[in-house]
Design a protein around this ligand. Structure first.
Ligand code: HEC
Length: 172
């Protein structure tokens, strides 16, 4: 009797483990799958990097601070520091699974600047990417973009001008 129930138990455990393993493989594939860029909402379509911003040392320094040191935010549990690097990694190599790899030029070269600004401002629904609107100023968001753009250009500031840009690029 005792032996049967043990066998049943281990069968049940095995089944559960198989299902869980299957699910995690599925989740992994889903996260890494390149998704088409959704259209930029009307209120963001005119957003443009300030003139010369992609390579502006002062703006990049503002962005570096946001990215690496972060800002203090108030949560229901008190105050905490949130920074881009905690998920996207200090060198643009993601620390959080599913966070975008900023070293991947094939992806970043496609980001129209209004798309990029919108995504940082409003976050990405149903993912861990937070909305930064109201936490960061527009200048800090442009700075964070100019700073993170470096990761796909060998850590050097570069003008974001690529033939691959999808949608609203806004040449600068
Ligand atoms: C708590 C984790 C977390 C933090 C902090 C975070 N991100 Fe993200 N970010 C993510 C994840 C996860 C994704 C992938 C979302 C998806 O699946 O499209 C993402 C995606 C992005 C994208 C790409 C959006 C797209 O549609 O492909 C940009 C740009 C971005 N983050 C910029 C930033 C910037 C700038 C900061 C800091 C101001 C920041 N992130 C902070 C988790 C984070």
């Amino acid at each position: 009797m005792r032996q049967i129930s043990l066998t049943k138990l281990s069968l049940a455990t095995l089944c559960a483990m198989t299902i869980l393993a299957g699910l995690s493989v599925y989740a992994q594939e889903d996260e890494d799958k390149p998704r088409p860029q959704p259209p930029v909402p009307a209120e963001y379509q005119n957003k443009k990097m300030p003139d010369g911003g992609w390579t502006n040392a002062a703006l990049i320094a503002i962005g570096e601070k946001v990215f690496q040191e972060g800002v203090e935010i108030t949560t229901p549990d008190g105050k905490e520091i949130q920074k881009c690097a905690q998920c996207h990694g200090p060198q643009g190599k993601p620390k959080l699974k599913g966070a975008r790899d900023f070293r991947d030029a094939s992806r970043i070269n496609k980001f129209g600047e209004s798309f990029w600004f919108w995504r940082v401002s409003e976050g990405v629904p149903e993912t861990k990417m937070p909305a930064w609107k109201g936490i960061l100023s527009e200048e800090q968001i442009w700075g964070a973009m100019a700073y993170e753009h470096r990761f796909s250009h060998g850590a050097e500031p570069a003008v974001h001008q690529h033939a691959e840009i999808v949608g609203l690029g806004g040449e600068k």
